[in-house]
Write a protein that binds this ligand. Structure first.
Ligand code: OOG
Ligand code: MG
Length: 254
């Protein structure tokens, strides 16, 4: 049985040394609330390293992701500044363990959010929507985990790239999302796969953030969750996502 602090230390070291570890749930039971406590401690370590919290990400908002990972509940993770792949910056694969890319949609908050909001209320709290690629990288061996394990591991958060911000449209339904590796189509999804409506994922983020004490501040990014299964970046040298009406986001892999 390890403590919350021991779990956070171990996961942080795994991330920073690219050495995966076994799942905690193979040898002990712990609660979802304790898993979020581990996640908070992990984030504190990144903040102490000089990387502030700059957003959150939803996980398992599509059936495709739940099936791929064998998990059936939504989760929320936290994004810190070191995770941002800036425009024209390459993704340095050697700093990751077994990274996988996901086609996503990002929102930008225009106001602080202090409690759960409905989809109708949300439009007053966002000023941008964009195509986004999330790179997830589990700190567990073989990308295998329980719901508690993945929450403790900050929901596999490791990097993300966001395209140019677009004005917020009234709806985000029926948008094709095409992810290519080195120009070849790797994943073909649709925004409807994200809780039938990506705004629902943002609403769920406001609920989970308030439940687990995660701040949602002006300017923060919220990733709505992948519309398809995730794909290993392996030896690919470029990853691109094109979302109908929102444009293209891409990065090179070195
Ligand atoms: C957990 C993260 C899931 C998504 O978009 O559904 C996620 C994982 O699959 O390792 O980011
Ligand atoms: Mg994701």
């Amino acid at each position: 049985m390890s403590t919350i602090t021991e779990k956070a230390n171990s996961l942080h070291i795994s991330a920073r040394t690219q050495k995966p570890r076994g799942q905690f749930s193979n040898s002990e039971q712990y609660t979802l609330a304790e898993a979020y406590d581990v996640q908070h401690e992990l984030i504190q370590r990144r903040i102490k390293e000089g990387f502030p919290l700059i957003g959150v990400k939803m996980g398992f908002t599509s059936k495709a992701k739940m099936i791929q990972m064998g998990v059936d509940d939504m989760i929320i993770g936290q994004l810190t500044a070191d995770m941002t792949i800036h425009k024209d910056e390459a993704f340095k694969k050697k700093l990751f363990i077994h990274p996988r890319a996901e086609p996503e949609i990002a929102f930008r908050l225009s106001k602080d959010i202090n409690g759960p909001l409905t989809v109708d209320q949300l439009h007053n709290y966002i000023d941008g929507v964009a195509a986004a690629i999330e790179v997830i990288d589990s700190r567990y061996d073989n990308f295998k985990f329980s719901l508690e394990d993945v929450v403790a591991d900050n929901c596999s958060s490791s990097a993300y790239a966001v395209g140019d911000w677009c004005e917020v449209p009234l709806g985000l339904n029926g948008l094709d999302m095409t992810m290519t590796f080195d120009g070849a189509i790797t994943a073909q999804g649709n925004s409807d796969a994200i809780l039938d409506n990506p705004f629902e994922a943002l609403s769920a983020a406001t609920r989970l953030a308030s439940e687990y004490g995660i701040p949602l501040k002006t300017g923060m990014v919220v990733l709505a969750g992948a519309s398809t299964a995730a794909h290993f970046i392996k030896d690919s040298s470029s990853v691109t996502l094109d979302v109908d009406g929102l444009g293209v986001v891409s990065f090179n892999v070195v």
